[in-house]
Design a binder for this molecule. Sequence first.
Ligand SMILES: Cc1cc2nc3c(=O)[nH]c(=O)nc-3n(C[C@H](O)[C@H](O)[C@H](O)COP(=O)(O)OP(=O)(O)OC[C@H]3O[C@@H](n4cnc5c(N)ncnc54)[C@H](O)[C@@H]3O)c2cc1C
Length: 378
Amino acid sequence: MTTNVVVLGAGFGGLELTTILSEQLPSDVEVTLIDKNDAFIFGFAKFDIMFGWKTREQVSSYYRDILKPGVTFKQETITSIDPESRRVVTSGGTYDADILVVALGAEYDFEATPGFVEGGMEFYSVDGAARLREFLPAFPGGDVVIAVLSEPFKCPPAPCEAGMLMHQFLTQRGIRHKGSIKVISPFGRPIPPSPDGSKAILDRFAECGIEFAGQQKVVGIDPVRKVVELADGATVPYDLFLGVPKHRVPAVVDASGLAEGGWIPVERPTLATKFANVYALGDVTSVGTPKAGVVSENAAKVVAAEIIASVKGGDAPRYQGNGTCYVEFGNDIVARLDADFFGGPSPVAPLTGPNEQTTADKKQFSIDRRRRWFGYAE
Ligand SMILES: Cc1cc2nc3c(=O)[nH]c(=O)nc-3n(C[C@H](O)[C@H](O)[C@H](O)COP(=O)(O)OP(=O)(O)OC[C@H]3O[C@@H](n4cnc5c(N)ncnc54)[C@H](O)[C@@H]3O)c2cc1C
């Protein structure tokens, strides 16, 4: 008897989970991995797309290249999830799972911030990054505002990375002197659990003349006056507004009854939902860790161990809420953050670098995962 595992979403979490199950249980499980897209793109590759450093094609890893024992990939859109019966309906068929894993990530609610759709641009979606790729070469220079519009949001350092990379881009274009760069954040410092990481970013901001405006809430954008409106009544002028949109679960998750208070609650040690044999991992949950690919990947290891233990017996490790991620400082300088959310009394994320090793490590990070998940040589 094989166990039928259906994995919804082939992002960081879904890809790592199916890879482990194929390695560890090649003939005990049949894994169906479902995603609406034809390719995986690392979150940080959106910077490469937006600044025109790489094409969408160059940063795409195609699901058709997944050749793993026991794993079948389906490019289909999931239209309904019944967590009680573990039945999933997609654009291509119906799937009944012995074990169901929801790894559908977070989507964006662009309409949630008044004026954003009319007056702003964004780099959090691949399409948004592609639009910026067309727009930025013709941008004449001026005041650039990068603002976080709601919490939680993916990859807490990303807005600051965007500021430092924008400085690099505008300097290379010879138009940096024509305006300012400002990052508006609800946080008091760039990365709340990392005092040294925050200091390194603020030091770099000072070198580059970038302003960090913390503990600010954006309530709207006025595209006619070209100002950002803050909750305290102040306004910030902009020539180019880049917003980090409000995040939410995909609509199919919302309709499934899995989410409560906006996200899917899970038991922290096991990542089990309240429904029997249904797990959820990564950005789609409210587990209490930041929304980041490396965190989703580590969550997948815990769910994989749970499934392996249910098939073979034995104990599974508990979810630690940790992950190593990289921070771009611009000009090909990268530092590393080692985040640990549940290992101590409070979350920590000490910084290493930036130095040559941490810069090289980030390149290796992509190479390793493309090899492990897709079988690519580079
Ligand atoms: C600009 C930027 C920079 C980032 N930098 C980093 C970084 O340096 N390090 C890091 O760790 N993280 C980074 N992230 C965050 C990271 O990309 C996400 O946190 C991560 O992808 C979450 O993984 P996940 O598996 O939970 O979900 P996802 O990777 O989002 O995967 C979810 C999948 O579900 C699919 N899906 C959704 N709805 C449906 C449906 N109805 N039908 C079928 N398929 C569906 C989607 O197509 C998607 O492939 C960054 C994000 C951004 C935007």
